[in-house]
Write a protein that binds this ligand. Structure first.
Ligand code: TYC
Length: 123
């Protein structure tokens, strides 16, 4: 038998160092990790109401102008409002929706039409 080492010997495993636990003097503060939960903001829809006096063409132009719709979509929305009594022109954050309502009200007031719209939270 040949007992001569032909390879570098593998050192024996080293025992892990165990440090003594620091004794709690009662003043310790433990910072708990709190799960960060952010919900998306509540969205608001701008609803336009039908009336018997505002001309269809005016409503179409208003929807095109303030809700960035092309003429085809604006006409469809106007007709839906005309037939159903109300319809959604767009969905926005609360402040943007409120601004749209003001813009429509001001345009209607200037033109002398009773067109009305409102903003409401989306379910
Ligand atoms: N009903 C109106 C008419 O016949 C047209 C109209 C449509 C008015 C939509 C308001 O939000 C409205 N002239």
């Amino acid at each position: 038998m040949n007992f001569m080492a032909s390879q570098t010997p593998i050192p024996p495993p080293v025992a892990p160092v165990v440090r003594p636990v620091t004794p709690d003097d009662g003043d310790s503060v433990v910072a708990e990790r709190k799960e960060q939960k952010t919900k998306p903001p509540q969205m608001h829809q701008v609803v336009m109401l039908n009336d018997d006096y505002t001309p269809m063409e005016f409503v179409v132009v208003v929807i095109q102008e303030f809700f960035n719709k092309d003429r085809e979509s604006a006409t469809q929305i106007m007709l839906k409002i005309h037939l159903d009594g109300k319809g959604i022109c767009g969905v926005y954050s609360r402040d943007v929706a409120a601004t749209k309502v003001l813009q429509v009200q001001e345009a209607a007031r200037q033109a002398g039409h009773p067109l009305q719209c409102l903003s409401e939270p989306v379910d």
